[in-house]
Design a protein around this ligand. Sequence first.
Ligand SMILES: Cc1ncc(COP(=O)(O)O)c(C=O)c1O
Length: 392
Amino acid sequence: MQKHARTITEHARLCIPDIVNASNADDLFKRFYGKRPCLFYFGRGALWHAMKAMALSAADNIIVPAYHCGVEIETIVMAGTHVRYYEVQEDLTIDQNGLASLMDAGTKALLLIHYFGFPHPVETIKQLCVSRNIFLIEDCCHALFSCYRGKPLGSFGDMAIFSQRKTLPLPDGGALLVNNPALKTSPPTGKPGEFVAIKKALGMVARTTFHLDKGTKLPPPLSIIAATVDRIIAKRVGIRYSAGQEVTEDRCTLAMSQTSTWFMNGIRPALIIEKRRSNYLWLARNLRNSTCVKLMKNELPDGVCPLFFPIMIKGCNRQQFQDRLFSAGITTFIFGKELHESLPARRFPGAEKLSQRVLCLPVHQGLSHSELAYMVNTIQRITQELEHGDHH
Ligand SMILES: Cc1ncc(COP(=O)(O)O)c(C=O)c1O
């Protein structure tokens, strides 16, 4: 087993106190957003149901961003409609005139991704959608608990989707909020295996407790217990509940597990927001631009609950940079590494640059300032090594 001085994960870690504090008492979304959502296993399930609510025909189109993770685009395509792409600039902004020029009589909706928790000027985009009689779907999969001008993201659009398992340490979890009463959605029809959720949750706790990163095998006896549980689960429910990039109708119709819902409802948003913001601001103060690294968002507007701290790797190889961080025990994330196959090549240079260069540093609620300091020092060291052409 590979051992590091530290193990910094890209997503929040599930700890024993999270389990102890879990309660199914009051719905997290009701508390923060003022309404109950429809809960799904994944964010893609929420998006698929949003598509179904609009009763699309094959002649309709949805306007979508050229910078994406691929899962959201595949979900829309699977729902049986066309996509039209709009450009996303290197600074993650979008050109609203460009949006307007894409809309025609067949346009049913616009998908807006609030990247890494940072809001777009959603009020003006909503006005544009209203003036063209099309629905606005806010993709808040990165933006749980983020606000814009004092109002939660996800409350501006006709519908909003979430993937709360990204911000919170949960084995599964997606959500659909419907703000437009004219839209009628159907609930998920598939029940997930609770065994799977419990096993995933225990695996997450074991990794936190023993400081193991995602790729590391569990040590015995945990590995033996995990293999036995896997066999039981495979026998009872098959393997269809594993997370992955695939988008299938089967996965999209699954509900969020009771286990995950239980953990989620024990969460206190204010603590998560405060910790993520404090970690983000700490990195913004301590990381420096260099020939390799460019900070993308130095400012953290009021109300933003960041998912990650995005940086651009230029002048050196991003894969090498990420691999060296991983070797030092720091896991980072690349959003949009592979753009959807329907995106025409070389027509969206901004999105392609983002896809090739952005690296997401963790800022989650489980990180301490000493771990952040270790991350900053490691980034400086790797930058110097790569600048001096040390390719190991
Ligand atoms: C912007 C965005 N939208 C939608 C999704 C789909 O979420 P999930 O993986 O929970 O299905 C993801 C992640 O995959 C995402 O990053």
